[in-house]
Design a protein around this ligand. Structure first.
Ligand code: TPP
Length: 636
């Protein structure tokens, strides 16, 4: 590596002669493969934007001229060029760089929300602020063709196009989300990109910009005139032009010089411009380029020579769901599945293999996914919408108004609920229980293991007059935990000798609750561990059973505020009972990225911390002397 170690800021980059930029790009690819193969991460998207990011930093003066990356999963190259190479040894781990934009890491990062299709709204707002302040600086959004399928992007474009402000929208078009991008927008981009005349078009475009020695509005207009001609050749109508946006492209996104020239034209134009860059996800690394499923969108650690995964084989919650839904699909032909551009990650691919006509990829469009599901249910089918928990936040209103208010049978399956850890604060699925438990009529289940996931999924799709929700975590499922007793409304997992403490656990917290019960027994406190299975609405039978314990403690990996615990405590108080209650859950903070276990522990959700909490609450409420008194009352 000759060039990369000497680049710790965009100004270093701008000093490198243009002729050596392909060399730098190759070094960046080597760096990415070496680092990400050890930690896992979004290697495919980043390999695809190496030249594009180099060009962005040579043309725009970041951070004065903001570069806002949509989602932020393709931001590694930007981090490498803005002084953060050292942080890649611990990419996505505590002490290393985060996997998305991070405003505390660098002044060069503007957004860390990592929910797709938001970049255009950020730059719309930034450009309005600069206009009011009389500052003519340009702002830039970099958005993928996948993120461009999200409604927010089009709401923003509607504003940007009419504003006349210096906004540059770079469309990084690789034809993919995880899977190939679907829908009308994707088809229109593909029409520009995939026509047999694309190469010819590209050549014409290149020679047009090469022949342009000075740039400015007049020359841009001349170029745009050429472009309109090109567009007419390859696409019957231009969707961006129809919106009123100037359009430059398609540009070969792996040709730094071509991208640089297009960006300079766009920058100097001074009004909203779309720059359409065609790139290849995984570019320059054969295992990624040949990876059919998702071009190495975001693998775990892998062998850099071969691309083979280094993860030990295990069964994930997603695998269990995938199998069971496919089995249910075989039994019932009214079951349909919906994904928001995440067919494989959410486990719907297996269902799709068997029932392609009953599977809908709606693009990165969670809001539309839910209301479309309501329509499918109104039409007599039972939709199963599979999302990551964090992305449901986008569609809360649709869940309340379009589904729950209408009492239609839609099942929403939330993967990656609870703490996810190394994807950082934006990806923890900690809001679902608090948000959804406020919705009238909703029924929410939190499976504790594979067996209960299967059972509860079948129970969920049997409900046709209300929304049902299932939530499970990231990663490998825990081993099955058999109930010692199944009752209406709750399973008992272990029973204390006396009614000292009831630990009510939500989903995967069952295993932690059982460990805490064992540790409490050693401290002379008997704990009974209970899994309500369907956590919302709170079961009356469960509340009857809980009244009479010396202390009821709930444990959930969602927000403590307004979660299942607070619903149970409230229900206990509503019966007039004085049974003391305590809720353990995720505090209202945005935890920093780190391993799932690290973050769970920071949130107080490890067995040892739960044990300490319960023991000290119990002692404070009852005093040590009461332990034995309660033990005598051993009807549990
Ligand atoms: C609202 C929302 N839903 C889902 C996701 C998950 N997600 C992350 S990246 C991605 C695909 C993005 O595709 P594109 O914008 O084309 O970028 P590429 O990875 O192809 O570079 C998806 C669906 C997300 N980040 N935000």
């Amino acid at each position: 590596m000759d060039l990369l170690p000497g680049v710790s800021s965009p100004s270093d980059l701008r000093r490198i002669p243009a002729s050596r930029l392909p060399e730098l790009a190759a070094e960046i690819r080597d760096f990415l493969i070496a680092k990400v193969s050890r930690t896992g991460g979004h290697i495919g998207p980043n390999l695809g934007v190496v030249e594009l990011t180099i060009a962005l930093h040579r043309v725009f003066d970041s951070p004065r001229e903001p570069l806002v990356f949509d989602v932020g999963h393709q931001i590694y190259v930007h981090k490498i060029l803005t002084g953060r190479q050292a942080g890649f040894d611990k990419l996505r781990a505590r002490g290393g760089v985060s996997g998305y934009g991070n405003t505390t890491e660098s002044v060069h990062d503007w957004s860390e929300s990592s929910h797709a299709s938001a970049s255009l709204s950020y730059v719309d707002g930034l450009s309005k602020a600069y206009e009011i302040e009389g500052d003519p600086r340009p702002v830039v959004a970099i958005i993928g063709d996948g993120a461009l399928t999200g409604g927010m992007a089009w709401e923003a474009l509607n504003n940007i196009a009419s504003g006349g402000r210096p906004v540059v929208v770079v469309v990084n078009d690789n034809g993919r989300s995880y899977s190939p991008t679907i829908g009308g927008v994707a088809t229109r981009l593909a029409a520009l990109r995939l026509t047999p005349r694309y190469e010819k078009t590209l050549d014409k475009f290149r020679s047009a910009i090469n022949a342009t020695p000075v740039v400015g509005p007049v020359l841009y207009d001349a170029l745009h005139g050429i472009k309109v001609g090109i567009k007419d050749m390859v696409s019957p109508q231009g969707m961006f032009a129809d919106l009123g946006m100037k359009y430059v492209g398609p540009v070969d996104g792996h040709d730094v010089a071509a991208v640089e020239k297009a960006l300079r034209l766009a920058k100097d134009y001074g009004s909203p411009v779309i720059v359409h860059c065609v790139t290849h996800k995984g570019f320059g690394y054969a295992p990624a380029e040949n990876h059919e499923q998702d071009l190495f969108h975001g693998p775990g650690a892998f062998n850099p020579e071969t691309g083979e995964s280094l993860a030990a084989p295990s069964t994930s919650w997603t695998d269990v769901f995938a199998d069971e839904l496919a089995a249910i699909g075989a039994d019932r032909d009214d079951i349909v599945a919906i994904t928001a551009a995440m067919l494989h990650p959410t486990g719907l691919a297996r269902f799709a293999e068997h029932f392609p006509a009953r599977t809908f990829d709606v693009g990165i469009a969670e809001q539309h996914a839910l209301t479309s599901a309501a329509g499918l249910a109104m039409g007599g089918l039972h939709p199963v919408v599979a999302l990551y928990s964090t992305f449901l936040n986008r569609a809360f209103d649709q869940f309340v108004m379009d589904i729950a208010l209408h009492g239609v049978g839609v099942t929403v399956c939330l993967d990656r609920s609870g703490i996810t850890g190394n994807d950082g604060p934006s990806h923890n699925g900690v809001w679902d229980l608090s948000l959804l438990s406020a919705v009238p009529g909703v029924r929410i289940a939190a499976p504790r293991d594979g067996e209960t996931l299967r059972l509860e999924l079948r129970e969920a799709v049997a409900v046709d007059d209300a929304p049902t929700v299932l939530r499970w975590s990231k990663g490998s499922k825990s081993s099955d935990i058999a109930a010692i007793e199944r009752n209406d409304g709750y399973d008992i997992l272990t029973r204390g000798l006396s009614k000292d403490v009831a630990i009510v656990t939500v989903g995967p917290m069952a295993a932690v609750g059982l460990d805490a019960a064992t540790a409490l027994a050693q401290r002379g406190i008997d704990a009974t561990v209970i899994d309500p299975r369907w956590v919302i609405p709170v079961s009356e039978d469960l509340i009857d059973y809980l009244n009479g314990f010396g202390l009821v403690v709930t444990v959930e990996d969602g927000l403590r505020l307004g979660g299942v615990g607070s619903a149970i405590s409230q229900a206990i108080r509503d019966t007039g009972s004085l049974t003391p209650t305590r809720e353990i859950g995720v505090p209202s903070v945005f935890p920093k990225h780190g391993s799932r276990d690290e973050v769970l522990r920071e949130c107080g959700l490890s067995a040892d911390l739960i044990t300490n909490d319960i023991a000290s609450w119990y002692a404070r409420i009852h005093g040590p002397h009461e332990v034995s008194a309660l033990r005598n009352n051993s009807q549990v």
